[in-house]
Design a protein around this ligand. Structure first.
Ligand SMILES: *Cc1c(COP(=O)(O)O)cnc(C)c1O
Length: 417
């Protein structure tokens, strides 16, 4: 089968068959776990050629591995990108990418609605001489107003957690294209099944593989995919030594060398296999989890003991129209404010199917009191500025039977003690 025909197949078909199409010994259907750190060469000249990039091959496990590369090809296909680098965690991917591409004096514009640890990471980079402006990324105009001559990169998440703001993904894409800026979209909350950031002009796509792509909550991983849309010859920070290949390769080359190799946040081969196994059912799981989230959001929205529900699938959500237009489904994460007359912790303890836990994107439904846990370190003032009340509960909706989820929330809300 030609590669064009192969590219024509659907999202899930492609994931399921990509390993064997690339050829595996013994007719294996799954890429095996290659655990070796080192690779030997009969002719030392070949070893030198691999080091010098004149020949493809493996040298050392921190930089490349056959099992990890099979996953990277799969992820590139899922995102419609030209190449992917996998990392040991989502934060490893984000940190290594920013470290590889930016230097002292550069300016970054980031959404202020941000995964807490990414927010904390930007604060650390600010201490190293990087300037970061946080803006309301639901409006491209706010990003435009923050741009400076030294701005190199814009960073947004598709659906922000916990309040589910949807960034002005198209408007920011147009802005970045016009200004020649790197546009990084963290696609974790949507996954490539709900949304491909490439379609709005993203340069680089981040995915925390830990979440929906793996789905089983049994492995950590992250990835950066180059969509091929950014012209790296316009980017001033590419080191001279990485400019020998065509410009399309420059960005990932520098992230691979300065990020993955020098920082070392590599994805282990056994972890790569666990991610790949989860990815096979991404579309099925997300369809189900999103349908559950819709049903739960509607039920909570009508409930007298719930003050407010944040879910882009609800007609009253400020970016409902945008989410409906751009995303296959409005996500599987919602949050809501419990009637303050109810004790938050007693309510969570009454839930039986739903687990009090901090992860998201797990097959199981997980709930967490936001202000007391993941946003505790920020303090009350920053929380107030982000609109995070003490009564806010985030729910990462899983793939349980919908009736069981609705019944569990129903009984926990009905109880009065
Ligand atoms: C979880 C998450 C990350 C970080 O991923 P880890 O694998 O936990 O390091 C980054 N971005 C978003 C949006 C996330 O939800």
């Amino acid at each position: 089968m030609s590669s064009e025909q192969r590219d024509g197949v659907g999202f899930t078909t492609r994931i399921l068959h990509s390993d064997r199409r690339d050829g595996i010994e013994h007719g294996s259907l799954h890429k095996p776990v290659h655990a070796s750190v080192a690779y030997g060469y009969d002719d030392a000249r070949d070893l030198a050629a691999v080091f010098q990039g004149r020949q493809s091959g493996y040298s050392y496990g921190r930089q490349s591995n056959p099992t990890v590369e099979a996953l990277q090809r799969k992820l590139s296909g899922m995102e419609g990108g030209i190449g992917t680098i996998a990392f040991g965690t989502g934060m490893g991917a984000i940190g290594s990418m920013l470290f590889a591409l930016l230097k002292r004096g550069d300016h970054v514009v980031s959404s202020s609605f941000l995964f807490g640890n990414t927010n904390s990471l930007f604060a650390s980079f600010a201490g190293l001489g990087l300037e970061v402006s946080f803006v309301d990324a639901t409006e491209a105009d706010a990003v435009a107003a923050a741009l400076r001559p030294e701005t190199r990169l814009v960073f947004v998440e598709t659906i922000a957690n916990p309040r589910t703001q949807v960034a002005d993904l198209e408007g920011i894409g147009t802005l970045c294209r016009d200004r020649g800026l790197i546009y990084v979209v963290d696609n974790t909350m949507t996954s490539p099944w709900l949304f491909q950031p490439r379609t709005v002009g993203a340069s680089l796509v981040v995915n925390a593989l830990t979440k929906y792509i793996a789905g089983h909550g049994s492995v950590l991983g992250g990835a950066v995919t180059d969509t091929g849309l950014y012209d790296w010859s316009r980017f001033p920070n590419i080191f001279e030594g990485y400019r020998s290949q065509p410009p399309a390769q420059w960005g990932l080359q520098q992230i691979r060398k300065k990020g993955l190799r020098d920082f070392g946040a590599s994805l282990a081969p056994d972890a790569a296999q666990l991610v790949a196994l989860g990815a096979e059912t991404l579309a099925l799981r997300m369809d189900r989890a999103c349908a559950n989230a819709r049903a739960l959001a509607a039920m909570l929205d009508r409930h007298p003991r719930v003050d407010q529900v944040f879910y882009p699938g609800l007609a009253g959500h400020p970016q409902h129209e945008r989410a409906s237009r751009l995303l296959r489904h409005p996500g599987a994460l919602l949050s809501f404010e419990l009637d303050p007359a109810l004790d938050l912790f007693d309510f969570l303890n009454r839930l039986d199917v739903v687990v009090s836990s901090s992860n998201l994107g797990d097959n199981r439904t997980l709930a967490i009191p936001v202000a007391h846990t993941i946003y505790h370190e920020m303090g009350p003032q920053r929380r107030a500025s982000m609109g995070i009340r003490d009564s806010l509960i985030r729910v990462s909706v899983g793939i349980e039977d919908a009736e069981d989820l609705l019944a569990d929330f129903g009984q926990a809300l009905a109880a009065t003690d």
